[in-house]
Design a protein around this ligand. Structure first.
Ligand code: HEC
Length: 114
């Protein structure tokens, strides 16, 4: 009888632990996309040097103001396909869907800096 009791306790403990881990993961997920935590890194990795003065001479996307004021063009260009005119990032593979979505969410969230 005691064995069953202990076994039940272990099963319950494991179940509870799984439960709390799931909750933690949900809490950690950022609610909003911001320039500082999401967008800046994507632009640095994918749009330099072409859009990063002084090396690049294309529309500057190396600052918050530059990215913010070009958000509509950015979303338009990264949604095009590599064989289409004006596709961005030029000469590179298309960005991952989750990366493209980050720009859309950034706009929907009000283009927050931080
Ligand atoms: C290899 C160089 C290169 C890379 C990398 C690159 N671009 Fe460009 N970009 C260009 C060139 C050249 C133009 C001008 C020609 C054109 O408009 O298609 C341009 C134009 C643009 C424009 C149009 C600006 C306007 O005023 O309409 C946008 C927006 C843009 N790029 C966004 C991006 C984004 C976002 C990335 C990164 C995900 C990126 N580009 C990566 C070379 C690049």
């Amino acid at each position: 009888m005691k064995k069953i009791y202990i076994l039940t306790l272990i099963v319950a403990a494991v179940a509870l632990q799984n439960c709390s881990t799931t909750k933690q993961a949900q809490v950690k997920k950022p609610a909003t996309v911001t320039y500082a935590s999401n967008i800046q890194g994507i632009l640095t990795n994918n749009c330099s040097p072409c859009h990063f003065p002084p090396q690049g001479n294309k529309e500057p996307l190396n600052t918050y103001a530059g990215a913010k004021s070009h958000i509509d063009q950015i979303i338009d260009r990264i949604n095009r396909n590599p064989n289409e005119r004006g596709f961005m990032p030029a000469k590179h593979p298309k960005l991952a869907d989750s990366t493209i979505t980050a720009f859309v969410k950034w706009k929907e969230g009000g283009l927050l800096e931080k």
